[in-house]
Design a protein around this ligand. Sequence first.
Ligand code: GLY
Length: 332
Amino acid sequence: LNILPTITYDQTPVHVGLAFDSVWNLVDERTIIITDSNVMAYWGHLLADRPTLVVPSGEDQKSLSNLEDMVFRLLAFGADRGSFLLGVGGGVICDLTGFLASVFMRGIPFAFVPTTLLAQVDASIGGKNGVNCGPFKNMVGTFNQPQFVLTDPQFLSTLPDMEFANGLAECIKHACICSAAYFDWIETNLEGILQRDRALLEVLILESVRIKCDIVSRDPLEKGERKLLNFGHTYGHAIEKLNGLAHGQAVSLGMVMANELALKRKMLDPSAEQRVIRLLDKAGLPTDTGLLDRERLLALVRNDKKKREDQIAFILLNSIGQAVIEKIVLHD
Ligand code: GLY
């Protein structure tokens, strides 16, 4: 008997390491799959002959107009209040499926099978969903938890290296804010992780999922502690927008910038700062902040439409494994 780890948060079980085929025991015949063209190309054969709504892959699918189109397509499948949506894909698919299920006929149940490392350790956990409005990311959405998350590391075998590194940025973020022991473990095992050793991937995903679930169950609506998960994201979102980088790459640079700030404020030790840079580097993530246009980044951070105060809540490290929320007034 293979006993598999399941972590539960807010009554949502997250099954880590379960083979995809087990999903058919968890859903009924009223299930409609939502996936993208990429997953379809590599893994379409696993989806049996279930009704499947396929969207093109890419962040631009996260729009209200696409959502309306998806509603019409659901109706064409005969979807009603008794339907169940299963999102099989990366972060975009999780965000779209969660939001669509939350508002379709005022809400139907849904679940996720995340297929990228980023979605497995981050986007599938936590209940935030939504779509973008023009340049404003996740401007419309809800907090709503899936019925379950099934995470099968086999999907990572077809993930391009850069996509894999994007997910690793979030794992390193989890280690930086919560667990020095996890940071040590990633450092020690990085080579095997990069070779996608199945046993190491299971530990990696499990540990990150555990950290995120712990934080989210203590603060589901992001009133306090959950903000720690934004480590590297304040500058990261601005870098993503300004430099057109992928999320994980931008978060990597955002973490380096946050650590520079913590160093200036004499919170973080220089040797710890260097250790984080070395690990990000070895993971294949960018760390050279020298070429970034700091003035324009600052302007973007200040103009973030979700922020109402002059002060910006930055997540800074005291040490590896320990983060705090610092309100900072940004000067030019
Ligand atoms: N869906 C991602 C989160 O809630 O953080």
